[in-house]
Design a protein around this ligand. Structure first.
Ligand code: DI6
Ligand code: FE
Length: 400
């Protein structure tokens, strides 16, 4: 694309805060120079010379920020269709995990693959997201659970960012599960693998944030605190899988460390909401996991709203609890299952997802100064994005 581009004849959903719903502009224009937005608003307000710009007629289409999937476990080996069958035969997610299935079975499959093979097996999932307008995706480790295998996952994630025109943000999630060789010795696993692996990954520039799974079947708040202390010492931001299956106070702990986000949150209590509001921690809701596990308890959406906690949504794409690679279906699920408005759902995959990745100044809305990362849709109104089920209205992505 030329250095200066002007997109005209479009409906614009800037997703900026405070103005019209969705930041909607009916006869809008977006001017882009050197990969950044220099103007976004009503076409008649565009003051510069049109002919300096290569003008593109968008034929009345809707333009939104490119979507941001801020919580995925996209890189993994194998699949867990057999476990899906077991759950349908009556076993619970926790029973399967305690019996050596679950996350640990994906660990064996992931350890068996080379970095190249892992990236290759992940590409179809990444391409499915890109085809729905994703411009940025977060990818966690957490199925390696040895220093070398965790680093291998992170290197594969970085490689994906070179293979496709998409921004990849990595999270180090060695504190995801205790591997079989450390069964019953979670503290030693943290000392001998999680902490040294974090240091090695940080040295290699492989870690954008540090994550953990705080849960009865995973790690206690005290154990997560050790992981977060190390992250802090290395200057890495933190985030946490918290209150997914029970309330252990994980979100409160994460907030105390100034976490970018606390994720899942079905069992979040009032104290956790207050702590998140105070620290500006984003609530990342994951309706795909809620749906897959047939969870009955919804996250406290109204309490989060009332407290002013920014709400993001994400696919949580993973082989066990959320084999979901569709951000559009995620929006529909967030509205239908969690009662998010379509505007909140879109903000959850744009503006607030950017915040959850520490990228709030760079992407997530369409306004001067931000990167030009746009999704162009064959729809008239942005509510259609949440409303349809199993329909991809993307016309194109414009990235950079
Ligand atoms: N919570 C989840 O829902 C995923 N990880 C986590 O901490 C599940 C990962 C898996 O089952 O493979
Ligand atoms: Fe997750």
């Amino acid at each position: 694309m030329p250095m200066k581009t002007l997109l005209t004849n479009l409906t614009l959903a800037t997703m900026t805060e405070g103005g019209a719903a969705y930041g909607l502009v009916d006869d809008g224009a977006v001017a882009i120079a050197d990969g950044r937005v220099v103007f976004a608003g009503p076409v008649q307000d565009f003051a510069e010379e049109f002919d300096e710009y290569d003008t593109r007629d968008m034929k009345g289409r809707l333009v939104t920020p490119a979507l941001i999937d801020c919580h995925t476990h996209l890189v993994f080996g194998g699949n867990r269709a057999r476990e899906f069958e077991m759950r349908l035969e009556g076993a619970t997610y926790e029973e399967i995990a305690r019996a050596g299935g679950g996350i640990v079975s994906t660990v064996s499959a992931t350890r068996g693959l080379s970095q190249e093979e892992l990236a290759r097996q992940t590409l179809p999932r990444l391409d499915a997201m890109i085809a729905e307008g994703v411009g940025t995706v977060e990818i966690k480790s957490g199925y390696g659970l040895s220093v070398e295998d965790e680093l291998k996952m992170l290197r594969a994630a970085r490689e994906l960012g070179r293979l496709r025109k998409v921004r990849v943000k990595t999270s180090y999630l060695a504190a995801h599960a205790v591997p079989v060789e450390y069964k019953g010795r979670a503290d030693s696993y943290i000392d001998e693998i999680v902490l040294p692996g974090m240091e090695a990954g940080a040295d290699e520039g492989l870690i954008d944030a540090v994550d953990g799974f705080c849960e009865g079947i995973a790690f206690s708040p005290d154990q997560i605190a050790l992981v977060f202390d190390k992250a802090k010492a290395l200057g890495l931001p933190v985030k946490l899988h918290a209150e997914q299956l029970s309330d252990l106070g994980g979100a409160k702990l994460a907030a105390e460390y100034g976490a970018l986000s606390a994720d899942h949150l079905e069992y979040l209590g009032a104290d956790g909401v207050a702590a998140m509001a105070a620290s500006g921690t984003v609530a990342v809701l994951l309706p795909g996991a809620f749906y897959t596990l047939r969870e009955k308890q919804s996250p406290p959406v109204q309490a989060l709203r009332d407290a002013g906690v920014p709400i993001a949504i994400a696919t949580d794409c993973n082989p066990g609890s959320s084999p979901l690679a569709s951000p559009l279906l995620t929006m529909n699920m967030a509205s239908t299952l969690f009662r998010l408005t379509p505007e909140e759902a879109l903000a959850g995959l744009t503006r607030n997802a950017a915040k959850a990745l520490g990228l709030g100044d760079e992407i997530g809305t369409i306004e001067p100064g931000k990167r030009a990362e746009l999704a162009v849709w064959n729809v008239e109104h942005p509510a259609e994005l949440s409303y349809r089920i199993g329909f991809n209205a993307l016309h194109e992505r414009i990235v950079g």
